[in-house]
Ligand binder design. Structure first.
Ligand SMILES: *Cc1c(COP(=O)(O)O)cnc(C)c1O
Ligand code: SF4
Length: 354
């Protein structure tokens, strides 16, 4: 019999209705109504494991805010659905190419939890996604005939939502391409579905070194014993682990919280890699913090804790990721920051003040 500690059980028992959600937290009728309104536009589901981390009585629980829809999502017309213009950077199906030597390949549109702040809300958890044999073949052919690609990032959605055999096969195919030096996986499973990181999966992954994995923990409450075991298994399989947090208003926009997070991550053998500024993205503007908050957080870490546990604070733009430090912020005015990208372009990002 499958149990709570089986990832397939967690996926099958995912919470998809307010009725089920009420077993994990208190919802008043207005909140319940808000969820029902919001879900018409932006779907949601939550693994029982992740839901079990919610404080039932705290409306502002950082786990709840990341996973449970709010009516606010509907009253936000500030952003667009594809802020990184990823759909304009597709040289082959599902491949996003912004940099000369590396690509992101979105191979899945499924995730264990549909994060409310998700950058790819336009595709994750939605129906239209083509990862058929044809689309896969075309993407692999593109990679094979493009020798400058030395780094392939498998992302999504979550690539680890596929069965083991599928992951084995896609990695084996990529590994037949000689110029692909490193493969990276972006997966939030260590945080939202740690049961996915089985010994068997790790035995498959370690056949394909050099393989790196970046995950997304946003709050110290997510650093549970289950998550620790998942990270330990991956690290013991020789996979270097990194963490990409998103700076989220009311969740982790606080130097104390971030310090506890990065220190907990290094105890889990995960190196804090990036803190992303939340995107100007439709349905998520309630998460955006002022740029000054991110800078303050980095300043509160540098020198005050282990050097390699200080991540880089950055904004992702259609031209690539731009670190937000005093040298790259070329101008600031009342409503925006102007950032210089890696290849010298200027990107204007609205800056929401408190
Ligand atoms: C984030 C990203 C990468 C990887 O960027 P790094 O800074 O090397 O981690 C590559 N391609 C795309 C399109 C990306 O969004
Ligand atoms: S894990 Fe990543 S891709 Fe999946 S819903 Fe969350 S933010 Fe989006």
């Amino acid at each position: 019999m499958e149990q709570r500690d089986s990832w397939k059980w967690q996926v099958r028992k995912s919470i998809r209705s307010t009725g089920e959600l009420k077993e994990y937290l208190h919802l008043d009728s207005r909140e319940e109504c808000g969820i029902k309104l919001a879900e018409a536009e932006f779907s949601w589901h939550i693994t029982p494991y992740y839901a079990s981390l919610i404080d039932p009585d705290d409306r502002n629980c950082p786990i709840r805010l990341q996973a449970v829809p709010q009516e606010k999502e509907l009253h936000d017309n500030s952003g667009v659905m594809d802020p990184l213009e990823e759909e304009k950077h597709n040289p082959a199906p599902n491949i996003i190419k912004v940099y000369p030597d590396r690509i992101a390949w979105t191979i899945s549109n499924i995730c264990p939890v549909l994060c409310r702040h998700c950058l790819r809300k336009r595709m994750v958890g939605r129906e239209h996604f083509d990862f058929s044999g044809e689309a896969q073949k075309a993407a692999l052919e593109y990679i094979a005939r493009t020798p400058e690609i030395r780094d392939v990032l498998l992302t999504g959605g979550d690539p680890l939502m596929y069965p083991d055999e599928f992951i084995d096969e896609i990695l084996a195919r990529l590994r037949t391409i000689r110029h692909v030096e490193i493969v990276r996986i972006g997966s939030r499973t260590p945080c939202t579905l740690p049961q996915r990181i089985t010994e068997k999966l790790c035995r498959i992954l370690k056949k394909y070194h050099p393989l790196w994995l970046n995950t997304q923990f946003n709050h110290p409450k997510e650093l549970t014993e289950e998550a620790r075991i998942a990270c330990e298994r991956l690290a013991n399989a020789g996979i270097p682990l990194g963490n990409q947090s998103v700076l989220l208003r009311g969740i982790n926009d606080d130097p104390q919280v971030m310090k506890a997070l990065v220190q907990g991550l290094v105890r889990f053998r995960v190196r804090p890699y990036y803190i992303y500024q939340a995107q100007t993205l439709k349905g998520t503007s309630h998460f955006i913090t002022p740029v000054e908050k991110g800078i303050e957080i980095i300043q509160s870490l540098r020198g005050y804790t282990t050097g390699f546990s200080v991540p880089v604070y950055l904004l992702d733009t259609p031209y690539g990721k731009v670190p937000m430090n005093p040298e790259t912020i070329v101008q600031r005015d009342a409503g925006a920051v102007y950032l210089k990208t890696w290849d010298g372009k200027i990107w204007r990002e609205p800056n929401r003040r408190e």
